[in-house]
Every structure is written in C-alpha cells, then in structure tokens.
Design a protein around this ligand. Structure first.
Ligand code: HEM
Length: 232
C-alpha cells in the first residue's frame, strides 16, 4: 500500500502543476490564434454583455433548442459535478461545520454525496450510450470522446464504492490533503479504494489538461466574442 501512497503523492503534484500551467498555456495559446480582426474592435463589456454571457454559459439556450434530452442530461451532469466539487472541499476545510451553519446537518453529507455521485454516473452512462447507439453521434465520436467518459465513470464509481463500503475519516483525509499543499506530504490514509479513487482522479485531471475535457476557459472567451458581436 505504501507504493500506491507514493504514487498518489507524486501524481498529485504532477496533476496540480499541469493543471495550473495547462490552463495558463491554453489561454495563452488561444489568445495567440489569428483573430481576423484586432482586439481593439471589441466593445467594453457592458452589463448586457455580461448578463447575456452568463445566461449562455449557464443555461445553454442553443443546446435547449437543438436537443432537449441532451440539454437535460448535461444540466444534471454539471449540477452533480458542482455538488461533488463542493463536497470535496471537505478534503481541505471543515465543510461539515460550515454546512451546519447554513442549516445542512453533517449527517446528510453521505446522502448528498452518494446522490450526486449516482446522478453523475447515470448521466455519464447516458453520454456514453448516445455516442454508441445514436448514429449521428457515433459517426463524429473519436476515441478521446469515449475515453474520458469511461475514465470519469470509473473515478466516480470507485469514489461511491469507497464511500459506501470503506469510508475514510474526513479528518484523516484533511490532514493528508493539507500536508500535500504545504509541500510536506504525510502518508495518506491506508485505504486501498480511497487511494485508487484519488490516483485515478489524478490521471483524469492530467488527461483533462493534456486532452479534451477542459472547455470552461474556451467557453468564457468564445461567449465573450459572440455576445459582444451581437451587442454591437
Ligand atoms: C475528477 C475528480 C473526482 C471525482 C469526479 C470524484 C468523485 C467522487 C464521488 C462520486 C465520490 C462518492 C460520493 C461522495 O462521497 O462525495 C467520492 C468520494 C470521495 N472522494 Fe472523490 N472525486 C474526485 C477526486 C477526488 C480527489 C482528488 C480526492 C482527494 C482528496 C477525493 C477524495 C474523496 C474522498 C475522501 C471520498 C470519500 C471516500 C471514502 O469515504 O472512502 N476525490 N468522490
């Protein structure tokens, strides 16, 4: 188990480094692409531009018009991820007491986590089946489209399995996570399924930076350009 622990720590730092530099690099590279016209042409972001950008980024009205089922699936997928992300902040801060202060009892963290995880797993299966069984989608799907979905599904399923059958103490996870960010890594909790969950998620993060899934940065830039043009 110690070898697995070292892998978790080494790949953890690698994922963190790649994540930070990967995002900066992608934004920089995107910005260097030929734009066709000068940045100087863009109007200042008005309140209308910002509201319209937020609406398009958060509610995906174009997707709603084109494919309501996919829109609903994507909505559940991203909401589930958001809840999981909030729950995972518990690996760094005492989120249970923060939750209690806003009226979420700490005992409900289990139900919330498992429900959000299950929703994410089901929506990933929905994405996978579209790519496999709907001809129009399968024709335009490449290996990378399938690969990241399967990796994320395994990360989520191992996370759920670990939480249900081999729950680790959140204090022990927090001690470990904080030691890592303080660059003085302690050994992680010696729980095989937890370690596999973290290692696989680190692979996913590394793949997300090098491969396809990070689209948030591009979304912000693209929506800014589109909405600015509509408003001018
Ligand atoms: C792509 C990234 C990740 C995804 C999608 C993900 C997803 C999940 C899911 C669905 C669960 C089960 C429900 C829950 O307890 O919330 C879970 C549990 C858990 N995750 Fe993650 N996770 C990710 C990354 C990480 C990382 C980097 C850590 C490192 C600290 C981590 C720590 C945990 C812990 C401690 C649990 C509870 C496991 C247990 O009690 O045995 N996760 N995760």
């Amino acid at each position: 188990m110690t070898a697995l622990s070292y892998l978790v720590i080494i790949f953890g730092y690698l994922a963190l480094l790649l994540f930070i530099f990967g995002i900066i690099y992608r934004a920089w590279r995107w910005n260097r692409l030929p734009q066709g016209f000068s940045w100087g042409l863009f109007p200042k972001p008005t309140r209308w531009v910002v509201t319209s950008m937020l609406w398009k980024i958060l509610a995906w009205p174009t997707l709603f018009k084109a494919d309501r089922l996919l829109w609903a699936g994507a909505l559940f997928f991203h909401l589930g991820l958001l809840v999981l992300f909030a729950g995972h902040l518990g690996s760094f801060i005492d989120i249970a007491s923060l939750g209690e202060r806003i009226g979420i009892p700490s005992e409900s963290s289990y139900v919330i986590g498992i429900t959000a995880g299950t929703i994410v797993a089901i929506t990933i299966l929905f994405y996978i089946s579209r790519r496999l069984f709907i001809r129009r989608s399968s024709e335009i799907s490449v290996f990378a489209d399938h690969f990241w979905l399967w990796v994320l599904l395994v990360v989520v399923l191992v996370g759920i399995y670990s939480r249900v059958f081999h729950e680790v103490s959140s204090d022990a996870v927090r001690d470990f996570a904080l030691s890592v960010v303080a660059f003085n890594p302690a050994l992680p909790p010696q729980n095989f399924w937890f370690l596999m969950h973290v290692l696989l998620s680190e692979f996913f993060i590394i793949y997300a930076v090098i491969g396809k899934p990070i689209h948030l940065v591009g979304q912000l830039f693209t929506q800014y350009i589109l909405v600015s043009e509509e408003g001018s």
